[in-house]
Design a binder for this molecule. Structure first.
Ligand SMILES: [Zn+2]
Length: 339
């Protein structure tokens, strides 16, 4: 089967987004937020069937690991209570999608992070989503300040409470920033890619996986600039007296295939071992148009993998088996379904 590890509910019903606007306005005017609106199953079915599910089927994939819209997580907006209520609302919506389409989606949660607030504050929502809603992973924002980068690196011990819980629950995190407050950094064109690259360099500098040998991170968007600059990172690891990357990080880190052209995928697959690559498209997400050079959608990343020089074994690992390894709760759920 084909598992897309990277999809967001970018087409959520309008009432959900309108509530968010009202929630933020209420925070700013120091008033009570409105009650969350009633959203019917039909509305959810309509937004999914006409978008993500239609495209999933057209492109020949089977299941998407599905999380709330990343650019709208915005943990820097409001305070911890605002982030908490918004995260719960977003995660509930994902749960409804997964419940309506159990064969086609698996849930990943947004964490109620807030700049300057301990990440331990996010543990109850992670536990709720995994234990009660059946989610298989989480999105961890390495910069909840929204492009200001005012917090410590991911290897700092202040992050350890969430890692301890992830290890206990056996769920991975996709390292995923949200929107950027800084107009110098376009969210999906610069901030996302910068954050992916930044996270990987932080991991090189630290020793996180010595403390958490079973912790797993997915670094999206093809690993940012990392595969393209693999020699730089191997060389820096050497200069900084860190172990070789294969031992230091690559038992714990996966890159997805959200790279939107053939040469980029070819480079990723040449530089990074197939065991560290997960099929992902981020559909519908960052880049929605058609490549005039090929006539195909930029984000139809399955097409690039199909056309690559990978062996059949490598392709099936990237399309399915690596995701089952990175997300054991998904693997267990699929086996329960006889898949
Ligand atoms: Zn994403």
């Amino acid at each position: 089967m084909i598992i897309d590890c990277h999809g967001h509910y970018t087409t959520a019903p309008e009432a959900h987004s309108l509530w968010r606007t009202a929630q933020v306005a209420a925070f700013e005017s120091k008033s009570e937020p409105p009650t969350y609106p009633a959203i019917s199953d039909d509305e959810i079915v309509d937004t999914i069937e006409s978008n993500q599910l239609r495209i999933l089927r057209e492109r020949g994939a089977d299941l998407t690991i599905f999380s709330p819209r990343a650019s709208a997580m915005e943990p820097h907006v409001g305070d911890a209570a605002v982030s908490g209520a918004w995260s719960r609302a977003c995660n509930e919506l994902i749960f409804r999608v997964v419940t309506l389409f159990p064969d086609s989606f698996a849930g990943v949660c947004q964490l109620p992070q807030s700049p300057g607030v301990s990440v331990a504050h996010s543990i109850p929502e992670l536990e709720r989503c995994v234990n009660e809603l059946g989610f298989v992973g989480c999105n961890l924002n390495p910069d909840p300040s929204g492009g200001r980068w005012i917090g410590p690196p991911l290897t700092d011990r202040s992050w350890y409470p969430i890692y301890e819980k992830m290890v206990e629950l056996d769920v991975p995190a996709m390292i995923h920033v949200s929107s950027s407050c800084n107009p110098n950094f376009h969210a999906t064109g610069a901030h996302y890619i910068n954050a992916d690259t930044t996270a990987f360099m932080q991991l090189i500098q630290g020793d996180l996986f010595a403390d958490f040998p079973t912790l797993r991170f997915v670094i999206p968007h093809g690993g940012g600039a990392v595969p393209y600059h693999w020699g730089r990172y191997r060389g820096l690891a050497d200069m900084l007296n860190r172990p070789a990357l294969d031992e230091h990080l690559m038992h714990n880190v996966f890159f997805d295939t959200c790279v939107y052209h053939q040469p980029g995928i070819d480079l990723l697959c040449e530089v990074i071992e197939s065991k560290n690559i997960l099929f992902g498209s981020e559909m519908l997400g960052a880049v929605r148009g058609v490549d005039p050079d090929t006539g195909n959608y930029f984000d139809d990343t399955k097409r690039y993998l199909d056309a690559s020089n990978l062996s059949a074994k490598e392709k099936s690992d990237i399309f399915e088996h690596n995701a089952r390894r990175a997300y054991p709760r998904l693997d267990a759920a699929l086996k329960t379904q006889g898949r």
